[in-house]
Design a binder for this molecule. Structure first.
Ligand code: NAD
Length: 471
């Protein structure tokens, strides 16, 4: 079956199509991938990492063409698409540089015995990815999984399947498969799929977790967030900082897992904050055609997404909030929305309580630090957060009390990412980590061989019933 993808800026245009694999054809795909695994895992790690480096170079070379395709299928501004692809190549190079050391076998031998620890691949990894940053989110799985010697079957989102499929072809031991929930179910419960890596929303995450629970397959879940940005009463933001903050919420039209989704501002500094925020938004937000170099915000991804976000804003307005447009969407049949600031929404409004995943940001006033922490933490989600203060020490102290996997200080979202720090959720935002050493070790199993010194020739043995002591 063909799955067509429309252009969210021009829904009458079909950007391209992919062929979906029916559930009954998944077995053959997994068996091919398992053969890939047997060959690929026998390659020395140096050979595998060289191949990842070549893929990074190819990705760089093909960036203009892939960015243009990604902009048309996702609605993201083309400059953002280029940035995403460049970052994906940078990440693959990070893996190339660091994986050999992280994957190194350990062999310790002393009078207490010998222990060897090797980091072995799982086998076939199924990677299921969302539409909003499809290339980097796929490479965060492909890079470490392949470095460790796994083979991968990638199942991208039907909302942006084209550029990521082309990018995945640049990598060895990788197959791409498309399809709906039945296809995914057949894939992740296949007995030769030994690890599942999923990034996406809470609902699909639960369906994946339930299925792999039955199959006893380990899973990495990177789910959504409702990320608070907390401004302490000494915040000192320049006009440029305000622009960065605006983009932290409105890049990709707010459809980013770690976007700043609720802004908490001291009541005493609310007016000044809102004025600076609006001024920055008016300078930086240009809503328009994704292919235009000057565009900073495109349409949302589907008509359903546009209706959902509009509904959240209408509900907040009906509950007494003031809605302030920050820029104007073009008059178009595309799924463009005006980016808005929402003032005075109650904490239990859905716009505040849920991940809005769209260009509408509530600004919420607070009085006390303890109060703002309680309100920020009053969420089932706990992906990212930020704390803004002139006093970095104080910001770190407040950050340590936030229930989130990754808290930025004096920035938020992509300008604060580090290749050297693990990223992932707490609470219902998922489990497992991407990036850095932890992100690589997710795709390995620690395999140990141990000869206890006590039982070597000449060893003293252990008295009956004894366990080794910890010395
Ligand atoms: P989604 O959950 O709708 O889809 C993600 C993937 O799961 C897609 O490949 C989709 O086809 C598949 N899928 C959907 N329903 C399924 C089901 N019932 N069974 C099996 N597979 C299913 O998410 P999306 O709209 O593509 O992406 C948005 C969500 O992803 C947001 O919640 C966002 O916060 C989250 N996200 C999280 C991170 C992170 O790193 N934590 C990064 C990006 C996006």
């Amino acid at each position: 079956m063909r799955i067509e993808r429309e252009n969210p800026a021009h829904p009458e245009q079909i950007v391209g199509a992919v062929i979906s694999t029916p559930p009954e054809a998944v077995d053959a795909a997994v068996r091919h991938a398992h053969r890939d695994f047997r060959e690929w895992s026998r390659e020395p790690v140096g050979t595998r990492l060289t191949a990842l480096g070549h893929a990074a170079d190819e990705l760089d070379a093909r960036t203009p063409e892939l960015a243009s395709l990604l902009a048309r299928e996702s609605g993201k501004p083309v400059s953002d698409c280029r940035g995403e692809i460049g970052f994906a190549a940078t990440y693959l190079r990070w893996v190339r540089e660091h994986a050999a050391e992280i994957l190194r076998a350990h062999d310790t031998n002393s009078s207490r015995g010998r222990i060897t620890l090797t980091r072995k691949p799982f086998g076939v990894v199924a990677a299921i990815t969302p539409w909003n940053a499809p290339i980097i989110l796929a490479m965060l799985k492909l890079g470490p999984a392949l470095a460790a010697g796994n083979a991968v079957i990638l199942k991208p989102s039907p909302l942006a399947p084209l550029a990521v499929s082309a990018a995945a072809e640049l990598l060895p031991a990788t197959r791409v498969l498309h399809g709906g929930p039945d296809t995914v179910q057949a894939l992740i419960t296949h007995p030769l799929v030994r690890k599942v890596a999923f990034t996406g929303g809470d609902q699909a995450g639960r369906a994946i977790a339930a299925a792999v629970g039955g199959a006893l397959t380990p899973v990495l879940l990177e789910l959504g967030g409702n990320d608070p940005a907390i401004f302490l009463d000494d915040f000192a933001l320049t006009p440029g900082d305000f622009e960065r903050l605006v983009l932290a919420s409105f890049a990709t039209a707010g459809q980013v897992c770690m976007a700043a989704k609720r802004l908490y501002v001291p009541e005493t500094r609310l007016t000044e904050f809102v004025e600076s925020y609006i001024a920055a938004a008016q300078r930086i937000l240009i809503v328009g055609e994704p292919a235009d170099e000057s565009t900073t915000m495109g349409p949302v991804v589907t008509r359903a997404a546009a209706e959902r976000v509009t509904g959240l804003v209408t509900d907040a307005r009906n509950r007494g909030a003031r809605v302030i447009p920050l820029a104007s969407a073009p008059d178009s049949d595309g799924y463009f929305l005006d980016p808005v600031l929402v003032l005075g929404a109650p904490d239990d409004a859905d716009l505040v309580r849920l991940e809005q995943f769209g260009p509408a940001v509530p600004i919420l006033a607070y009085r006390e630090e303890a109060e703002v922490l309680a309100r920020a933490n009053d969420s089932e989600l706990g992906l990212a957060a930020s704390v803004w203060s002139a006093d970095e020490e104080h910001a770190f102290a407040v950050a340590s009390r936030i229930e989130a996997g990754f808290t930025f200080v004096n920035t938020h979202n992509r300008t604060g990412m580090s290749l050297h720090a693990p990223f992932g959720g707490t609470k219902n935002s998922g489990f497992g980590r991407e990036y850095a050493e932890e992100g690589l070790l997710e795709y390995t199993q620690s395999i140990v061989t141990h000869a206890p010194g006590a039982f070597r020739a000449g060893g003293a043995g252990l008295p009956a019933g004894a366990y080794p002591d910890a010395r």
